[in-house]
Design a protein around this ligand. Structure first.
Ligand code: CU
Length: 638
């Protein structure tokens, strides 16, 4: 065996020795590994299939990449928060890494609260709103020692709100004591004029999780029981009461926060903004036709799925107000369409019953009406699927890829489907299958109007060693997949992929449930980054954008100087990704019409904000061989 370690001519020598020695699977595995390495590094292979490169960060910079967004500084904002690690959560250790994929350098950013499993969306100035996150970790049944449940506090006083500190004691009629896990405030009651003009009082309500002080079955209680709140006196005693839901020893789900922050790419700091009206864990932040953002779904402060309340974020005043009431499962894929409506593709990740709110459709948030989009094949396997607005965005065609059964189901599908929303009564039609059944497929729009689809897993959170080490490139023009080089690193739950300004794709994260194919031990969070260079980066010289304005208004034209203008056949405006949990509502590629000038191109930005949401974009030019330039950052303004 020793002779094999340092062959002078790696491939031929190893093959020869292996054939002569003929000693079993270890050698043949080693040989096939060597042959594979040789093959994937050939220029012809890279030109056909592209190439993957693994990056190990220095240990001080390794974080659990749960959220990844590309900022207009070219840096990746990689948010771990507590990183799905309860010890980090209890220690208050919350991490964010700001990493430059060009220089390979980075630094950790002070992270004020646990943004793990929050939502995010860009503002038109390029800052990133991050809202929601983790207030408390889930407790599996074997860890639940004391009964617990949601406690509703009802305030009948229109005069004042009432704050309840963490540890507030609630006493049941049978004398059992319960303590609240966080501080909450019950809002005052409101006087509302009814349909016949009569004033009625609507009590102020809030909910908080409580745990029984006594362990075991002593603290079990039915839902709907009244509780006394310790320490309430006088008027408060008359006006405020509590009603418990069931107190049980069952699994306790994660609980959400209403914390909201804006990350500024220039100061490289989180800034406080007012909290959301509702607490959310696994929300989506959807961009609306007017540029405002809508926080939708998630688990609330007591671990229950939000029944339908949405929170509207005004991007000018940086404040929240109530949005339309509509129920969706957690992390719903909600995309802005040119009609101004939001398209719920059917993709979601995480929580919610199988039978409620999973039908795809067009949601008009103004009238709060919903037009179903039917025809999705394998509709019961849309959880953990990906959704992409196929390039170019003008075609208004969305693809839904892969997915699996609701919750910890073993089902996964290779199905893709396409909805053409340019039709007045759109329906889904089947697309070509993925290489394998795939939950959590990573899907990234490339500047040549194709989509990279990589990674994912064949089972829930990569169970049974089911990570898919495959990649394909989807070609919308021909509705086909072609093979791409295989990634080395598996990516399942809590993983992301984003297009970089240089035309490469960064893949990060992965949080398998188990550490091996036998599911015999706990999994570890993947902290290596792997970067894919698509075939176009091996097809000769790249066109260049050498100059141009930093901002262009909707509907306006602008001149950019380029290398040889006669080479340029396509101009694309690509919005940077903000990805988490197979959900990237931000990436979109808009085709720009252009004319060649003496020293570049004159491009025109489409006038519709519903097609081109305001914000920072990557401007790419492509040559006739499909080779894109490095992007130039351009802000699209009013
Ligand atoms: Cu999560």
């Amino acid at each position: 065996m020793k002779r094999l370690r340092k062959p002078r001519r790696p491939v031929m020598a190893v093959v020869l020795v292996a054939v002569l020695a003929g000693n079993g699977p270890i050698v043949s595995q080693f040989v096939s590994g060597q042959v594979h390495q040789y093959e994937i590094n050939q220029p012809s292979y890279k030109a056909q299939y592209g190439h993957w490169q693994t990056i190990e960060l220095p240990s001080a910079l390794r974080v659990n990449a749960v959220h990844t967004a590309l900022l207009q500084t070219g840096k990746l904002l990689i948010i771990a928060g507590s990183g799905n690690d309860q010890q980090n959560f209890e220690a208050g250790t919350f991490k964010t890494l700001l990493w430059d994929p060009v220089t390979g350098t980075g630094r950790l950013i002070p992270t004020p609260s646990d943004m793990f499993c929050g939502g995010h969306a860009f503002l038109p100035d390029g800052r990133l709103l991050v809202a929601g996150g983790t207030a408390r970790y889930e407790q599996l049944p074997n860890k639940v020692t004391n009964a617990g449940g949601p406690m509703q506090i009802v305030n009948d006083s229109t005069a004042s709100s009432h704050a309840f500190p963490q540890g507030t004691v609630f006493v049941a009629d049978n004398g059992q004591f319960y303590r609240s896990d966080i501080a909450v405030t019950a809002p005052p009651a409101r006087s509302v004029r009814g349909p016949r003009g009569r004033l009625t009082t609507v009590p102020g309500r809030t909910e908080v999780w409580v745990d029984a002080v006594n362990g075991g079955r002593a603290g079990l209680a039915y839902g709907g029981a009244p509780y006394h709140i310790a320490g309430l006196g006088g008027r408060d005693f008359e006006n405020i009461h509590a009603v418990g839901r069931a107190m049980s020893l069952a699994k306790e789900d994660f609980q959400g926060t209403n914390a909201a922050y804006i990350f500024d790419p220039y100061s490289e700091r989180y800034e406080f903004v007012p909290p959301m009206p509702h607490k959310r864990w696994y929300p989506s932040l959807a961009t609306l036709a007017d540029g405002n953002l809508l926080a939708v779904s998630g688990l609330d402060g007591v671990g229950q799925i939000v029944p339908g309340e949405t929170d509207l974020f005004n991007i000018k005043t940086l404040s929240w107000s109530p949005g339309p009431f509509h129920y969706f499962p957690t992390y719903p894929a909600l995309f802005l369409t040119t009609s101004g409506r939001l398209f719920f593709t059917g993709s979601s990740t995480g929580y919610g019953p199988a039978t409620k709110g999973r039908e795809p459709g067009l949601w008009d948030v103004q009238s709060n009406t919903f037009q179903p989009v039917t025809g999705l094949p394998d509709p019961a396997e849309a959880e953990t699927s990906a959704s992409v607005l196929l390039p170019p965005a003008q075609a208004q065609r969305w693809m839904l890829l892969g997915g699996g059964g609701v919750g910890e189901s073993p089902l996964a599908t290779a199905r893709t489907a396409i909805a053409d929303l340019s039709s007045p009564n759109p329906t889904y039609t089947a697309g070509p299958n993925l290489a394998l059944p795939t939950r959590y497929p990573e899907s990234v729009i490339l500047p040549d109007d194709t989509v990279l689809v990589s990674g994912g897993a064949g089972d829930y959170r990569g169970k049974h060693g089911s990570d898919n080490h495959v990649a394909r490139i989807y070609h919308p023009e021909t509705n086909t997949f072609t093979q791409a080089a295989a990634p080395e690193i598996g990516r399942d739950y809590h993983s992301e992929a984003v297009l970089l300004p240089d035309g490469r794709v960064a893949t990060l994260g992965s949080n398998p449930l188990y550490g091996d194919a036998e599911d015999s031990g706990p999994g570890f969070f993947e902290q290596r980054i792997e970067i894919y260079s698509p075939p176009y980066l091996f097809h000769g010289p790249r066109p260049q954008i050498t100059g141009g304005p930093q901002a262009v208004a909707l509907g306006a034209s602008a001149d950019f100087t380029t290398s040889n203008p006669s080479d340029i056949v396509k101009v694309r405006l690509i919005h940077p990704s903000a990805a988490t949990h197979v959900t990237d509502l931000q990436q979109r590629s808009i085709a720009l019409t252009f004319t060649r000038t003496a020293n570049g191109v004159q491009v025109t930005i489409p006038p519709q904000q519903t097609l081109v949401p305001l914000g920072w974009y990557m401007l790419f030019v492509d040559n006739a061989k499909g080779v894109p330039s490095v992007a130039r950052w351009v802000q699209v303004t009013h």
